[in-house]
Design a protein. Structure first.
Ligand code: B12
Ligand code: SF4
Length: 641
């Protein structure tokens, strides 16, 4: 969906050289329409050269399709490709793709200008092209300098056809990315944007930054288009702070933008103070700060992350406290963990990682830190990263990438990213086991989060062992696809059985029957809620539908409170607090059993709706409009029928 940030800069650069240029982002259009859209804009603009960006490796299929299609529309048009992936594969891309006429490796500004202005290919730096004698790669001798990169704008949105669509799309994600510079000073093993990777795909040996003034000018322009921006470029924290300090000098930039921030290191007080002074929230959303420890176990993180951007989990937790002390609930924090890494070579390593990541989620909940989201996804295996170079066979061959994409599509579990590297010390059964474990834990966390946290509270790590046992005994050898057809009620039953057949687990969770009963009703409700009628018939003397009611011994849905009770009282001696849960279309209503008896239970006696309202009035329980709205919802939910 994104356009590489630098592409807007290239447009401005070429425009300054009086070369007409337009941008088309096919990802913004309906998939079934993109052929027509491409043809339409080719007819309108009639380009002599088309720059086909191949930056992210996961866009390979779209790149192949678009290249073939453009040539089929007009075989005289010259196709120039560039971006990390194009630069990395360079010659083999020209070998494999007849439609590619040129590849530019690394910075494209000057090479593009020269090529389009008619210079001889042999005289254009960074260019890879076909000649009579075969494919020729010129030296990568052009790297944009500070002065030039500071003289162009990276946010003249009007170069892009239908730029409003792009704004809408980026606003639905993290916001418009602000171009700060190119290259990275660090070397994280998993990253295709590391300093070593940059040498491979771009021939770049050191980062280049824009001047702060040029960024400020861009922000002034940008505020007329969007108020939601994203920065993820921290070679030098002081540089970012200086940018903030300069922004503060311009009143029109204060509290103008929501800044979502991809931090490469933990945040410090000065940064947070500046951030607080300068930025605001936009469209009722909270801004997001991203932190990426990638792996949980400190000694492994030390191995894969460059030491300048490394931090311990202890430091991370302290940093969360610091961020919350400054901004509290006004901000959200996303913490990213990923798999698979070359540090986690055995199933036990990964299991330990899973335990720690889910323990962290639980710990945050117990500490009432609600603004932190912990993500645990597949790692993108970036071309030119250390992982790609060292663990992928024939890394420099373009077909390796194409077959990797096919392999990912054929995997029997869902994938979050272009991920191809898995340590070869893990068997396919172990991988499947890890994937199932994570999938089931995430399912629980999403749909049955009370059960998930109560289990974690009472059983600690044994909760993970229990799920693992269920996977091994019930799922791993079944042909049924757990990832697409997981039967929640069956799984809940397995959990109950496992706990009840083990005395020490049952001792820790003596209310498991009761809790699972509630979850089973919830499961049925979640799976059936879509089939509810829109406007059901209202009966004058309605009855209660117990299918949508769960009467339990504790208020499990008041989770925070229940966990605190578990902290103070022994699970086996918990006093009963009879609670009624009513599953409505869009919420679960909970009330004490006494309230239930005094209100809805009255319908069991066959009273009419008007008699019910009368009764509530007499008993001084809420007001009429509350009950009218409730009764309407109860009918809609099928709870009254
Ligand atoms: C900020 C950032 C983002 C931001 C903003 C991206 C953006 N719009 O540019 C967001 C969050 C949106 C993002 C998303 C993704 N990112 Co990112 N991102 C970065 C980061 C941290 C900095 C990028 C940067 O500074 N770019 C500036 C420079 C380097 O690029 P540029 O000037 O924009 O463009 C260059 C080329 O594209 C080329 N070019 C551009 N236009 C044109 C046009 C022509 C005609 C030619 C010839 C050349 C050309 O010229 C420039 C110089 O080489 C890098 C890490 C890093 N150190 O680079 C990762 C990085 C680039 N991202 C990466 C990945 C994997 C992704 C995602 C696929 C992640 C995901 N799974 O969703 C998505 C892809 C989004 C999409 N397809 O729409 C990988 C790339 C690996 C790869 N080879 O594919 C990197 C290296 C590291 C990482 N793992 O995050 N990312
Ligand atoms: S992950 Fe590491 S190498 Fe990659 S861009 Fe961030 S700091 Fe640089």
């Amino acid at each position: 969906m994104h356009i590489p940030m630098g592409t807007f800069g290239i447009c401005d650069y070429l425009d300054q050289k009086k070369i007409q240029v337009r941008l088309l982002n096919l990802a913004l259009y309906d998939k079934t329409e993109i052929g027509k859209v491409l043809k339409r804009y080719m007819d309108v603009f009639r380009p002599t050269y088309v720059g086909l960006i191949f930056h992210w490796q996961d866009t390979a299929e779209g790149f192949l399709w678009a290249g073939e299609y453009i040539k089929s529309c007009d075989d005289k048009v010259k196709i120039i490709s560039g971006g990390f992936t194009a630069g990395y594969f360079g010659e083999t891309l020209l070998e494999r793709c007849r439609f590619v006429d040129y590849v530019i490796k690394g910075d494209p500004e000057k090479p593009l200008e020269l090529l389009i202005s008619g210079a001889k290919p042999s005289e254009i730096p960074n260019l890879i092209y076909r000649s009579k004698g075969g494919i020729v790669s010129n030296e990568v001798s052009y790297c944009i300098d500070h002065k030039t990169i500071s003289s162009i704008s990276f946010c003249k949105l009007t170069f892009l056809y239908n730029h409003e669509l792009y704004i809408k799309a980026v606003e639905s994600k993290l916001g418009f990315p602000i171009f700060v510079g190119r290259g990275c000073a660090f070397n994280c093993h998993y990253c295709g944007g590391s300093s070593e990777s940059f040498k491979l795909h771009s021939g770049r040996t050191r980062p280049v930054l824009r001047s702060i003034d040029s960024i400020i000018n861009d922000l002034r322009r940008l505020k007329n288009f969007t108020r939601k921006i994203y920065i993820c470029y921290e070679n030098n924290r002081d540089y970012i702070k200086n940018l903030f300090k300069e922004m503060k000098k311009d009143k029109t930039l204060i509290k103008t933008f929501q800044l979502n921030y991809g931090a490469w290191q933990l945040l410090d007080r000065e940064f947070l103070e500046l951030y607080e002074d300068l930025f605001t929230s936009y469209g009722g959303e909270k801004p997001i700060i991203e932190l990426s420890p990638e792996v949980f176990i400190d000694k492994y993180r030390e191995k894969i992350k460059h030491h300048s951007v490394n931090f311990s989990i202890k430091d991370l937790k302290e940093n969360l406290n610091l961020i919350n002390a400054y901004m509290g609930e006004r901000i959200n924090v996303s913490i990213f963990f990923s798999r698979y890494h070359d540090t986690h070579r055995t199933y036990q390593d990964i299991k330990e990682e899973i335990i720690e990541i889910f323990r962290l989620k639980h710990e945050l909940l117990c500490k009432k830190i609600n603004n932190v989201k912990v993500c645990y996804d597949h790692l993108s295996t970036d071309v030119a990263s250390f992982y790609w170079e060292n663990y992928i066979k024939q890394p420099r061959v373009f077909n390796t990438l194409i077959s990797a994409i096919k392999k990912i599509k054929a995997l029997n579990f869902p994938v979050d990213n272009f991920f191809i590297y898995i340590p070869d010390t893990l068997s396919s059964e172990e991988i499947l086991k890890c994937e199932m474990l994570i999938f089931i834990l995430k399912t629980f966390e999403k749909y049955f989060h009370e059960l998930f946290h109560i289990m974690f509270k009472c059983l600690r790590q044994l909760a993970i062992d229990l799920f693992e046992e269920i996977i091994v005994e019930m799922y791993i050898n079944k042909t049924m696809n757990v990832f697409t057809k997981l039967d929640w009620c069956e799984l809940l039953n397995f959990v109950k059985q496992k706990i009840k057949e083990n005395e020490s687990l049952f001792y820790k969770l003596p209310f498991i029957d009761d809790l699972i009963n509630l979850c089973a009703k919830k499961a049925l409700h979640l799976q059936n809620s879509e089939s509810l009628a829109d406007e059901p018939r209202r009966m004058e003397h309605p009855r209660l539908n117990y299918k949508f009611i769960s009467i339990n011994n504790h208020d499990y849905l008041d989770l925070q409170n229940f966990l605190e009770r578990l902290e103070k009282e022994s699970p086996s001696k918990l006093s009963i607090e009879k609670t009624v849960f009513i599953f409505l279309v869009d919420e679960i209503l909970s009330m004490t059993y006494e309230t239930f008896c005094a209100t809805l239970k009255e319908f069991e006696k066959g009273i009419s709706i008007d008699e019910y309202y009368e009764l509530m009035k007499k008993r001084h329980i809420f007001n009429l409009s509350y009950h009218e709205a409730l009764v309407k919802k109860l009918f809609k939910s099928g709870m009254l029928y």
